[in-house]
Design a protein around this ligand. Sequence first.
Ligand SMILES: NC(=O)c1ccc[n+]([C@@H]2O[C@H](COP(=O)([O-])OP(=O)(O)OC[C@H]3O[C@@H](n4cnc5c(N)ncnc54)[C@H](OP(=O)(O)O)[C@@H]3O)[C@@H](O)[C@H]2O)c1
Length: 367
Amino acid sequence: MKLRHKLLTIPLLVVSAALLFLALNLSHSESCPASQSLAPGVASMKAVVYRCYGSPDVLEVVDVEMPVAAPHEILVKVEAASVNPLDWHYMRGSPYIMRLQTGLGAPSDSHFGRDFAGTVQAVGVQVTEFAVGDRVYGGANGAFAQYLTRSATGSVAKIPDNVSSAQAASVPVAGITALQALRDKGQLQPGQKVLINGASGGVGTFAVQIAKSMGAEVTGVCSTRNVEMVKSLGADHVFDYKRENYIDSGQQYDLILDTVGNHSLSANLRVLKPEGRLVIIGGAKGDWIGPLAGPIKSMLLQPFVDQKLIRIMAQLNGEDLSTLAGMISDGEVTPVIERSYSLDDTAAAIRHSEEGHVRGKLVLTIE
Ligand SMILES: NC(=O)c1ccc[n+]([C@@H]2O[C@H](COP(=O)([O-])OP(=O)(O)OC[C@H]3O[C@@H](n4cnc5c(N)ncnc54)[C@H](OP(=O)(O)O)[C@@H]3O)[C@@H](O)[C@H]2O)c1
């Protein structure tokens, strides 16, 4: 072998070995450790925990130590929580690349669940934003539990009196994603035409209603059984994806919100006006490249097209939670709740969410 070839082969082998090592480490899942019982006399509560990656079978409802609010934190008695696809991505540690953040081999944090609503039980000495007895909702690590602590600032807001805990709990991730996709990424204006692919899901049911309240002409895409529901949320037009394909409709939209990712970017561009925007919210499933394919392709394609191809990573924050709480209180938006589960039935709720056909939101009602 010539020296030039040898010099090229060595770095290639090193890079390949490094990639293989990384791939093996990322995809390796440790087995679940045995449950540990609490020491006698420790104040406890029930919580859903996951101590290894895998199917919903890894979720355990166990007694854990009761949390205590730090000086800048609030202690919340959780009354309701809601399920998002985000939860089962954490549970499976998938796509694997997220394990760089959540833990290699096993989750580094066993707390589970994100969206919550409840009542403030105690406040840390530095807290001025909330008082004991306030009804609050938002995002917290470990929302699927009887109690949680979280910072008094950031992604938490008060619940209006005429909004139930179940309604509030259904909002954070899905409602904020819909709001930020339409308002910030989509820059939706009154009178514009918006298409929402996946209109019957958690994000979609909020997006249809928020887009209507912003004065847009709304088209939803869902399956046959959800057509009437999506119309009842205010959609002006509905495509039943079992019978027709919006890509072949001959229509053009100012904005497309894609929560499903089942059509190629070039197909979506055909139904987007020349100055239109495509906001990519959800994508294909898969442990490796699948969920990242849409966002990566959109970055590569962007320099060659006039329309804007936009990726979103929704940011929970108190201001947007207050905006959404106000919209629900005023009747502009009504959360769609398909079904409520007990904390003990969390695994069943997650299984249903993973099937990909939730109608609105799944809520956990916590005793
Ligand atoms: N980027 C972000 O910041 C962000 C934030 C939140 C969520 N997400 C992602 O966005 C996606 C949607 O989230 P979600 O909470 O709305 O999920 P979801 O509540 O599970 O909703 C899924 C919906 O998709 C619909 N659907 C399935 N196949 C479809 C198809 N071929 N055409 C049109 N609709 C179809 C289903 O309706 P049918 O039963 O009628 O089929 C169901 O109502 C997920 O992938 C999630 O991970 C991303």
